[in-house]
Design a protein around this ligand. Structure first.
Ligand SMILES: Cc1cc2nc3c(=O)[nH]c(=O)nc-3n(C[C@H](O)[C@H](O)[C@H](O)COP(=O)(O)OP(=O)(O)OC[C@H]3O[C@@H](n4cnc5c(N)ncnc54)[C@H](O)[C@@H]3O)c2cc1C
Length: 490
């Protein structure tokens, strides 16, 4: 009889782990607390609008290709991708905005107009970034990072020296570009990694390669199409997906996880793979002697930001918005300090506005705009309705000033989402949105480990372990943990 594997959580990592394990012949069941799969990438419909709840940037299409290729499939078997052009708009003030075009030649022209000589600099910067991307994505991110031995090869050590692991992204970028606008543009993708450019290794210029060379894409129908594709593939491989199963305890005896107890029943297991937030599993589902890390460890982790989100249905089109719009019209260093150094609600936050209805008429009724607003904020803040409303008006003032028209009186649907929702819906540690920050001290071997040190058959996957936050890394995390399980439990 094949070994029974229970996967906790149907986010990207849990779905990827379950599908890969089922494909290897195991008997796999996913236990998901919510009424739909997808985790942070769930979707909801209201008043004719379809709102993706979390991710909106489809980057690194090659990782999705790799994922589906494992099962002899392609993304195009499930959804249609379109490349966005412009990739995104950066708004520096009511009268100043830059559209980032798709295609390297167009980007070089744009850079050259802003800072003479920077086209060539961009080419060199991206050549180095391309090397980092290839080594990083083809090699490092696939390491389970359970032992230093994985990194002890001459080739890898040589690669590490060329990866700029010990230099900060901020100082690396300043060797190439001087103009503040160009620096803001190249530093933007680093914000995805949950730390400031000064605290992020220069290795992550691989994100610039991903964004500028590989492009920004959109799956028609919305980001949830990826989840639907993954669920369909998982079920085709025989994975049983059980929803509304809130796991309350992993029962452990003699160093082995034996049973998983949910609000609905008891499930026997030979192996448990936890794809729910690592801290939640280790602190709330495992008894104290068997935890991988203590409270002190978690208190010292640097979390990526949480987010205050607004989902808006607007009964008219807003011509001046693009699909992705970054409002960089305030000082990022102050906002960053209010996220990382002295965590508090920000005084003048940067924010992001997405309008997928610009590309996809299916996500809003005819003549309407679907708008998603995101303010990155420190984790664990006091989250109440009055504060949410204060920030809503603060950013709407700036949004309306830029688009040059009233939006507020055209809102026919509005929902907000922040810390307390992340905690309630996903058991998110400190209400985090994107897991752990990708600082040097929280990279590879220094991330929470994929395997429990005391419980032989308990593994972890997802954005709080290797390789890190984001949809592509979460997919990789699921595949890597499945290979680890298969290596040990034949
Ligand atoms: C607002 C927002 C915007 C983002 N934007 C982007 C983007 O544009 N591009 C990008 O690549 N990434 C983006 N990300 C990051 C990306 O969405 C995440 O890194 C990724 O979805 C994490 O997947 P996961 O499987 O690790 O975790 P999750 O998606 O959190 O999945 C964990 C699952 O475990 C379940 N669970 C928790 N506790 C239990 C329990 N006790 N019992 C059973 N089930 C449980 C949860 O319900 C959830 O379904 C964004 C994230 C957010 C929140």
């Amino acid at each position: 009889m094949p070994q029974r594997i229970l996967v906790i959580g149907a986010g990207f990592a849990g779905l990827a782990a379950a599908t890969s394990l089922a494909n290897k012949g195991y008997d796999v069941t996913i236990l998901e607390k919510n009424s739909m799969p997808g985790g942070r990438a769930r979707v909801f419909q209201a008043n004719g609008f379809t709102f993706d709840m979390g991710p909106s940037w489809y980057w690194m299409p090659d990782v999705f290709e790799t994922y589906f290729a494992r099962f002899n499939k392609k993304p195009s078997d499930y959804y249609q991708l379109v490349r966005l052009d412009p990739s995104y708009k950066v708004i520096f003030g009511p009268n100043e905005a830059i559209d980032l075009p798709a295609g390297l030649e167009n980007l070089e022209n744009l850079f050259e107009q802003i800072e003479p000589g920077s086209a060539l600099q961009l080419r060199t910067f991206l050549t180095q970034a391309s090397y980092k991307y290839k080594v990083g994505i083809n090699n490092f991110v696939w390491k389970p990072s359970r032992s230093i031995r994985e990194f002890l090869s001459l080739k890898l050590l040589y690669d590490v020296t060329r990866l700029d692991v010990f230099q900060s992204f901020a100082s690396h970028a300043r060797k190439f570009f001087k103009h503040p606008r160009l620096l803001e543009i190249v530093e933007f993708p680093i914000l995805f990694l949950g730390a400031t450019p000064a605290n992020t290794p220069a290795m992550y210029s691989l994100m610039n390669y991903a964004e500028m060379a590989l492009g920004t894409w959109y799956p028609m129908g919305g980001m949830y199409e990826i989840v639907k594709a993954m669920v369909s593939l998982a079920e085709e491989k025989g994975v049983k997906l059980l929803l509304n199963q809130n796991v309350q305890q992993i029962e452990i005896a003699q160093g082995k996880a034996k049973r998983v107890i949910t609000n609905q029943g008891i499930f026997e297991a030979d192996v448990v793979v936890a794809g729910a937030d690592y801290n939640h599993v280790d602190t709330n589902l495992v008894d104290p002697p068997n935890r991988n890390y203590d409270e002190n460890y978690w208190q010292k982790r640097v979390m990526a930001p949480s987010s205050l989100l607004f989902y808006l249905g607007v009964n008219k089109r807003v011509p001046r918005l693009e699909h992705h719009n970054l409002f960089f019209d305030e000082d990022f260093s102050v906002h960053a300090q209010e996220i990382y150094e002295t965590p508090r609600w920000p005084t003048k936050p940067l924010f992001y506005a997405s309008a997928p209805s610009k590309t996809d008429s299916g996500v809003a009724p005819y003549g309407c705009e679907n708008i998603f607003l995101l303010i990155p904020v420190a984790p664990d803040l006091q989250d109440d309705d009055a504060t949410r409303e204060y920030y809503f008006n603060l950013i709407m003032d700036r949004l309306e000033a830029y688009v040059g028209e009233d939006i507020r009186s055209h809102i026919i649907y509005k929902r907000s989402y922040a810390h307390r929702d992340f905690k309630n819906d996903y058991n998110a540690f400190r209400g985090n949105a994107y897991g752990l920050a990708n600082t040097l001290r929280q990279t590879a071997l220094l991330k929470p480990s994929m395997k429990n040190k005391k419980v032989n058959n308990l593994f972890y996957t997802g954005q709080l372990t290797v390789p890190g936050p984001g949809v592509p890394p979460s997919l990789i995390s699921g595949l890597v943990v499945a290979d680890e399980v298969a290596r040990e439990f034949v």
